[in-house]
Structure formats: structure tokens, C-alpha cells
Design a binder for this molecule. Structure first.
Ligand SMILES: NC(=O)c1ccc[n+]([C@@H]2O[C@H](COP(=O)([O-])OP(=O)(O)OC[C@H]3O[C@@H](n4cnc5c(N)ncnc54)[C@H](OP(=O)(O)O)[C@@H]3O)[C@@H](O)[C@H]2O)c1
Length: 484
């Protein structure tokens, strides 16, 4: 039997990368190496079957180690999380990656970028194009397969979440101009098929540009079709002017996405982003992308069957738990501690499981309305609010978004640490320490200046109600788990 090829995947904790990793593992033909910023974000089931190298694309030694022995290397990374200098970071990251792959004799880089042409591209799309150009800058030394996709439709993808939320929540939708711009959506499973086949595709030239899509559609057409798929009748009211900025504010009210992502998406639709070449059909004749409607059906089915593998908010961007010190609330100066003893035979594991099932559609406690009001306030200040919900009903993994929290540490049966991603004048965590005979629930806070302290003390009465009730709820809910 021929020896298995080794494949490097970067971005393996992101939306596309997680799914690609799973696809290639199921396929079984390759040894996988993953370059990740935080090894704990890789699920245990995957971590056992791959080689993990911890580091970022700005760490050249880690990059060389990751690229060593790889036949092909996936580049599924962007720096959009860094708000200001993302274009510079993207350039440096791509440059480091290409150089390391060349130095280690990697045969091919496979990059997934965005559709769009340079002269009319938004800043974010421009950065995606520049990334491809940098990766493809030394065609004599390394092959590059550069796939370009528009809106990716799949459970948990950013575009699908926008379309799904708007279609579900708004019986009457206002439709500004950008909503009528043509783009070319594609289902996530088809994207994965192209990525997988790109490992072996025989390309005639060292750099192969492959635009992928499932037919031209505007966001307006997508919203109408998605609503029909959900059995909903929606009315559209065209508006002549609604600036991209106002549109973005409008979108964040009704969708879970933050302003930065929504703004990038709206800016990307100021001009058409459609397929520019027929290389998909020429080089990948076996792949027939499913229609937008079919992709919506598949995404809805995954949501209903609780099978969401990855979400748009899986990546840490620049603000979450990939920085290890960030996981540690030890430096907190203000704390709210609640201790509830297990008086009715609850087990530590049950209490831990009950803590893991908080949030999303189940809510947080008896004072759910107060939590919801906090979520609305967060939205008003440009945060996530409670709209992100949760990926699966019962399971959590490190890096999962959970309403306005992010899972920063999880120790099975013992500890769940949530990092606050709501707008706050400071840094905050919520910790569930499930001890053998009691639950110790602690809200930790590191205030930013006087405002931070003022905030903390002004919400003390609310914390008293909410946190006291939360700890009790977790312990009492744990009893119900036994009956399941
Ligand atoms: N999702 C879409 O709708 C879509 C559409 C068209 C094209 N694309 C393209 O597909 C690619 C992947 O996108 P995605 O949506 O999967 O992204 P994503 O969910 O935001 O994930 C980004 C991934 O990159 C990792 N990462 C970021 N900076 C890194 C660095 N410097 N070093 C190492 N890892 C780093 C993140 O790690 P952490 O977990 O540590 O943050 C995360 O795993 C991108 O090139 C994007 O342009 C995506």
C-alpha cells in the first residue's frame, strides 16, 4: 500500500477548517498536521488522530515545524478579527506561510479566498485577493490552488445566519440597494469537496484560480428562497437609500453577528461578487454544486438534528481564548461568589452537565428577562447580545460561543469557565467550579479604571438576584438530568 500523504491544515479551529479536518479524517487517506493557536480548541476526538503544532503564522519556527513533511498545505486563515491593521497582518501571515512551505518542500498550497475583482473590491475582499497573490508569488517554487467562494451556506455560517435570522424574524423586510447586488452562494459541503479534490487535482499551470459558486443570486433572492424553504411568506419593501452603515446597524439588531462582520459583508456587496472563470467545471467535473435552496435545506436539517460542526464565531479573532493568560481570571479584583451545597444527592458530574446546558434557548435562570435585557443593552453598544445562542443543545467545547460568553476552559466533570464577550468596562469571567459536595460559582471582574468600578458596584443588586438564582438553578436542574 502506498504511504499516506501528509496534509497541513491551518485555520483548523475555524468555520471551514474544522469541517475540512473532519472530512479528511473520515476519508482516511491522509495524515493530518494542524497548526492551531490553542491546541485545546481541537476536539478530543480529532486531537487523538492528528499531529498538532501550536503556534500562529507569525511564529516562523512553528510554521516550519508544521510544514515539514507536508505534501499539501491548506491556508484557511484571515486576520479580520484584528480591526485596524488586518491587511498588514494578512500580508505578513501569507508571506511567512509561503516561505515556510517552500523551505520545507511542500508541493502545493491550497487557499480559499473570496470572490470579487480588485478594482471594485471592498477592503476586506482586497485583503483576501492580496493574500492569494502573495501565496502565489513564487510559482517556480510552489504550486498554488486558489479557490474563491462567495457567501458560504451551511449551518452556523455567517451568511446563512444572517439570512435565516432575517427571514425568521421579519415578516416585512426593507431592501436597500446592496441587497439586490448579485453574488454567488455555495453550500459548505461543496466547498469541502473542492478543497478535498484540490489536494490531487492535476493543474496545468503552477497557479490555478478556481472560482466556485452555485449560480448568481442576490441577498434579496436568497432571503425570499430561504423564507419559502422555512414555509414563511415574506414581504419586501424596496428602499431607495439606506447607507451601508445604517444597514449594518439594522442587521446587528436582528442577527447574531457583530458590527465588524456585518459591515464587511455589506461593504463586500457594493459590487457584484460572481464567478469569473470556468475552472471549477474544467478541473473538478465530478462536483456539481447543489442549489442555494438545497444548501439551505441541508443547513436547516443540521440545525434541527443538533449536528452543527462549526460556526462563524468559532474563531477567536483577536479577542478570545487563544491567548492563554487570558484564560486565567486569577487577577480579578472584584468577585461575586455563590456556594450551593448538594443536599439532594446530586453528583458533581450532573451539576457540571447542568452548567454546560445553560444559555441558548434554555436561558440562564428564573431571571431570564433580566439576562435578555442585558443582552439587548449589549446589542445597543455593538456587542453580540444573546443572539449567538449555542452550537449544540447539550455539549460545549473550548472556544464555543455561548450567548455573550465564550468557553475559555472546560474540565470534564469539574470546571467550566466562561469569558465575557459582552461590552464591559473591564474583563469578566463566570466560573462554575463543581466540587465533590458543592458548586462554587464565581463571577470575576477586572475593572477598567473608575468606570469599571462604578459599573460593578452599580449592578451589585442585580448580580445579587441573578447570580444567586443562577447557582441554585444549576444545582436544581442537575436533578432533572437523572430523569432523562
Ligand atoms: N466563512 C465564509 O463564509 C467564507 C466565505 C468565503 C471565503 N472564505 C474563506 O475561507 C477561509 C476560512 O474562513 P473561515 O470562515 O473558516 O474563518 P474563521 O471561522 O474566522 O476561522 C479562522 C481560522 O484561522 C485561525 N487563525 C487566524 N489567524 C491565525 C494566525 N495568524 N495563525 C494561525 N491561525 C490563525 C483561527 O484560529 P483561532 O481559532 O485561534 O482564532 C481560525 O481557526 C478564509 O480565507 C476566508 O476568506 C470564508
Amino acid at each position: 500500500m502506498p504511504e499516506k500523504k501528509t496534509i497541513l491544515i491551518t485555520g483548523a479551529t475555524g468555520y471551514v477548517g474544522r469541517r475540512l479536518c473532519q472530512r479528511l479524517l473520515e476519508q482516511g487517506s491522509y495524515n493530518l498536521k494542524l497548526l492551531v493557536r490553542n491546541r485545546h480548541k481541537v476536539q478530543a476526538a480529532v486531537a487523538d488522530k492528528v499531529e498538532i503544532i501550536e503556534g500562529s503564522t507569525f511564529d516562523k519556527a512553528a510554521l516550519r515545524e508544521a510544514a515539514a513533511g507536508a505534501d499539501a498545505a491548506f491556508y484557511l486563515i484571515h486576520s479580520m478579527g484584528a480591526r485596524e491593521n488586518f491587511r498588514d497582518l494578512d500580508r505578513e501571515s501569507a508571506d511567512n506561510f509561503r516561505n515556510s512551505c517552500i523551505a520545507e518542500g511542500v508541493r502545493r498550497i491550497i487557499y480559499l479566498g473570496g470572490l470579487g475583482v480588485k478594482k471594485s473590491a471592498s477592503t476586506h475582499l482586497l485583503s483576501r485577493i492580496e493574500t492569494g497573490e502573495i501565496l502565489a508569488h513564487e510559482p517556480d517554487s510552489i504550486e498554488v490552488t486558489w479557490l474563491r467562494a462567495g457567501a458560504i451556506i451551511g449551518s452556523g455560517s455567517a451568511s446563512f445566519e444572517i439570512i435565516r435570522n432575517l427571514s425568521q424574524k421579519l415578516p416585512v423586510m426593507i431592501t436597500p440597494k446592496w441587497v439586490r447586488t448579485k453574488t454567488e452562494p455555495i453550500g459548505i459541503d461543496d466547498v469541502l469537496s473542492y478543497l478535498e479534490e484540490a489536494i490531487e487535482v492535476e493543474q496545468k499551470q503552477p497557479v490555478l484560480l478556481v472560482d466556485i459558486g452555485a449560480g448568481k443570486l442576490s441577498f434579496q433572492e436568497m432571503m425570499v428562497q430561504a423564507a419559502e424553504e422555512m414555509g414563511l411568506k415574506r414581504y419586501l419593501v424596496p428602499v431607495p437609500v439606506l447607507s451601508p452603515r445604517l444597514s449594518s446597524y439594522w442587521l446587528i439588531l436582528f442577527t447574531p453577528l457583530p458590527y465588524s462582520l456585518v459591515e464587511a459583508l455589506v461593504a463586500g456587496l457594493k459590487s457584484e461578487t460572481v464567478v469569473q472563470n470556468d475552472n471549477a467545471a474544467r478541473y473538478f467535473p465530478g462536483i456539481r454544486p447543489v442549489s442555494f435552496r438545497e444548501a439551505v435545506r441541508q443547513a436547516n436539517a443540521e440545525l434541527q438534528n443538533n449536528q452543527v460542526i462549526s460556526r462563524w464565531c468559532d474563531s477567536s479573532g483577536d479577542s478570545a481564548c487563544d491567548i492563554k493568560d487570558f484564560n486565567d481570571p486569577a487577577g480579578a479584583v472584584l468577585r461575586d461568589v455563590r456556594i450551593v451545597a448538594y443536599e439532594h444527592g446530586e453528583s458533581r458530574q450532573e451539576v457540571f452537565q447542568a452548567a454546560c446546558e445553560l444559555g441558548g434557548p434554555r436561558g440562564w435562570s428564573r431571571y431570564n428577562l433580566l439576562w435578555r435585557i442585558r443582552g439587548w443593552i449589549d446589542k445597543l453598544f455593538g456587542g453580540y447580545g444573546l443572539n449567538r445562542g449555542r452550537r449544540l443543545h447539550r455539549e460545549l467545547r473550548l472556544g464555543d460561543a455561548l450567548d455573550f460568553w465564550k468557553v475559555a476552559d472546560i474540565k470534564e466533570g469539574k470546571r467550566l469557565l466562561l469569558l465575557a464577550q459582552m461590552r464591559l468596562p473591564g474583563r469578566a469571567w463566570l466560573e462554575f467550579d463543581c466540587q465533590p459536595d458543592q458548586l462554587v460559582q464565581t463571577a470575576h471582574f477586572i475593572p477598567r479604571g473608575l468606570l469599571g468600578r462604578f459599573y460593578w458596584y452599580s449592578v451589585v443588586p442585580l448580580h445579587h438576584l441573578v447570580f444567586k438564582d443562577l447557582a441554585k438553578t444549576v444545582v436544581s436542574e442537575s436533578k432533572k438530568l437523572r430523569r432523562r
